[in-house]
Write a protein that binds this ligand. Structure first.
Ligand code: NAD
Length: 505
């Protein structure tokens, strides 16, 4: 443990405020960081106070005024070096992710790979921040739009993607000419410190120390402060729906811009002709991976009545093979939940299942004999119809399996929840696929075919509808949210024609 954190430049007692410089916060409250793997303390971090927070924001604004003047392709070169630095530290960072949030190593490293991928994407993007040229209705006029940097971007992140979500925002925002203020989850500040320190080093060597800044807190207060801060034009917030309601309201009240990436409640539809091999491996990774703690985790499966029993049987057989334990060990597929509150929520849901008419056919228990009390069994629930629990996001590996009659039935159930993040269908029937993907099909931000709901690539815009918040991050044209658009009209003639043919003389 100590080897990993010192290799990544993390002190046993670190500062939790980094603007242009690292700040030593006198009399700071200490945030104790424990690993969910064994409950042992990893390190302590000073919580940013009001004064250090304020200094970080002021530094970020100051650096923004210089960084925005750097040509975008040149900004891209700084991000290229960041991508290289992330590559060099991928193994250590991946281990830290596992240690801090309990992901298995492959997923910990996968998360850093995502940060590398988005850095690569951002380098290319730095030469593609395109605006449109429009034909003016007025003679000897030119009209076009251009995109300018916006300002410091506040990035509030959730515990379950302690590096990748920040990178989706930060790498793109940086090539757009913005500076970034990161408020990581109080459950995963060490990954943030390590990633931020590495990026800061690269930025510093390019003369832009303070391009990436960081404030660590021990609860919602710092994020709330960032949301209310009129000096921060855009706040990107990832986390629970209740957090998003609060951030969206606070940012909205000051007419700021918010990007909300909130809870999901994702479903797969399995039709009678589905390739059961794909179904089982897709659901296994989607429902059990990251111990069911992904926003895109599969929580509901709508399975055609003809293959319902067969599907449950095969899933149970696959779940039996899942090795639960220390996520740093080879062969383990599922580590612990993040904290006791998550285990309590899992147990509350398990207790409600029979009361609501469901039946646990696999799992439902805490796993004993492991180094902490945070390990639970992945769970399969047979439910003849929708039960109220299925409308909630329990952030744990519980899968509800419901029989369906046809694709329309499945689409109706898929959409009948408050959240709208990810969805998938397994079938070879192209008509059913097209119905699922049509305007009357899945209402989610992500709709997949013959694959699960999780494990998004960075090239597409990531996010969801309804209570998931409506935000989009990462690829496609998500970059536009981190810039301000300007429409320009140029008169190169010697008369003053007015739009709409108005004569004013
Ligand atoms: P959380 O809402 O408890 O915390 C997320 C972040 O918000 C933390 O940094 C926290 O300090 C901050 N925060 C909490 N309340 C706040 C407030 N009132 N104002 C400002 N900031 C506040 O979420 P979590 O437990 O860390 O993460 C799990 C949740 O995140 C799940 O619901 C999951 O689906 C969601 N999530 C969504 C996405 C996505 O892209 N849609 C990605 C990852 C996680």
């Amino acid at each position: 443990m100590h080897k990993i954190i010192s290799a990544l430049n993390i002190k046993e007692r670190s500062s939790g405020a980094f603007g242009k410089t690292e700040m030593d916060i006198a009399g700071a409250k200490m945030l104790l960081v424990r690993s969910p793997i064994d409950g042992k303390e990893i390190a302590q971090v000073q919580c940013a106070d009001l004064a250090s927070y304020d200094r970080v924001v002021r530094d970020s604004i100051e650096v923004f005024h210089e960084w925005r003047k750097v040509p975008a392709p040149e900004r891209g070169q700084v991000i290229r070096r960041i991508g290289e630095a992330l590559r060099d530290s991928k193994k250590d960072l991946g281990r830290l992710v596992s240690l801090e949030v309990g992901k298995i190593l492959a997923e910990g490293e996968g998360e850093i790979q995502e940060a590398i991928d988005i850095a690569d994407f951002a380098v290319g993007l730095s030469r593609q921040l395109y605006g449109k040229t429009m034909h003016s209705e007025r003679r000897q006029h030119r009209m076009y739009e251009q995109w300018h940097p916006l300002g410091p971007i506040g990035v509030i992140t959730a515990f379950n993607f302690p590096a990748a979500v920040w990178a989706w925002n930060a790498m793109i925002a940086a090539v757009c000419g913005d500076t970034i203020i990161w408020k990581p989850s109080e459950l995963a500040p060490l990954t943030a410190l390590a990633v931020n320190s590495l990026c800061r080093e690269v930025a510093k060597s390019s003369g832009f120390e303070g391009l990436f800044s960081l404030v660590v807190g021990d609860g919602p207060e710092l994020g709330a402060r960032l949301a209310a801060d009129t000096r921060v034009p855009c706040v990107s917030a990832t986390g629970s729906c209740s957090m998003g309601c609060s951030v969206g309201k606070v940012v909205g009240e000051r007419l700021g811009r918010s990007i909300l990436e909130l809870g999901g409640n994702n479903a797969v539809t399995v039709l009678a002709d589905a390739d059961m091999k794909l179904v089982v491996s897709g659901i296994l990774f989607g429902a059990v991976g990251t111990a069911g703690q992904r926003c895109t985790s599969i929580r509901r499966a709508f399975v055609h009545e003809q293959v319902y029993d067969e599907c449950i049987e095969k899933l149970v057989a696959a779940y039996r093979q899942v090795k639960i334990g220390n996520p740093l060990e080879n062969g383990v597929l599922m580590g612990p939940l993040i904290h006791q509150r998550a285990v309590d929520a899992y147990q509350r849901a398990i207790a409600r299942i029979p009361q609501e008419g469901g039946e646990v056919v696999y799992g439902g228990n805490i796993v004993t004999g492991l180094p902490s009390s945070l390990y639970v069994e992945p769970t399969i629930v047979r439910a003849r119809s929708i039960i109220p629990l299925m409308k909630e996001e329990t952030f744990a590996p519980i899968l509800y399996v419901v029989p369906i009659k046809d694709v329309d039935h499945a689409i109706a159930l898929n959409n009948d929840v408050p959240q709208g993040l990810s969805s998938a269908i397994f079938t070879k029937d192209m008509r059913a696929v097209e119905r699922f993907l049509s305007q009357a099909g899945s209402d989610c931000g992500i709709a997949n075919v013959n694959m699960g709901t999780s494990g998004a690539e960075i090239g597409g815009a990531f996010g969801g509808e309804k209570d998931t918040g409506g935000g989009r991050e990462a690829g496609s044209d998500s970059w536009k949210q981190y810039m301000r658009r300007q429409t320009c009209n140029i008169n190169f003639g010697d008369t003053m024609p007015l739009a709409q043919g108005i004569v004013f003389s």
